[in-house]
Ligand binder design. Structure first.
Ligand SMILES: [Zn+2]
Length: 125
């Protein structure tokens, strides 16, 4: 028995993002990478967030970046490309007496044969 994965696939964490967060394997598409990064925020895995961030855009990350109380993730849509992919998502968080969502259209690129997060886009491409 293990708990269900925070990313919301309905699988257990061991069969889902846990495989990526532990370094056993690497996500082979941008949506799986995006989901695993959400799970990394929840589990406080800063090394994983850095590993999956494009080196050109990766900020200094500290535990101060992990204070948000995330509730759940909705992947709205995703668009796969050979070298670039885009994933639109809503990540819900608790803001005291209400729920709010971080709504982002994220750009991912293939970097050294691995998908990495680049940053948000202004609009769906
Ligand atoms: Zn997962």
């Amino acid at each position: 028995m293990s708990s269900s994965c925070p990313c919301g696939t309905g699988k257990s964490i061991d069969q889902c993002c846990g495989l990526y967060l532990s370094g056993q394997t690497y996500p082979n598409n941008a949506e799986a990478l995006m989901r695993s990064r959400y799970s990394a925020y929840i589990t406080g895995n800063i090394p994983y967030l850095k590993k999956t961030w494009h080196p050109d855009t990766c900020p200094e990350l500290t535990s101060d970046d992990l204070h948000t109380n995330w509730l759940r993730l909705d992947v709205v849509r995703s668009k796969k490309g050979l070298k670039k992919s885009v994933v639109e998502f809503k990540a819900w968080f608790d803001e005291g007496d209400s729920e709010r969502a971080l709504h982002e259209i994220s750009l991912f690129k293939l970097h050294k044969k691995r998908w990495v997060y680049v940053g948000p886009l202004d609009q769906w491409p």
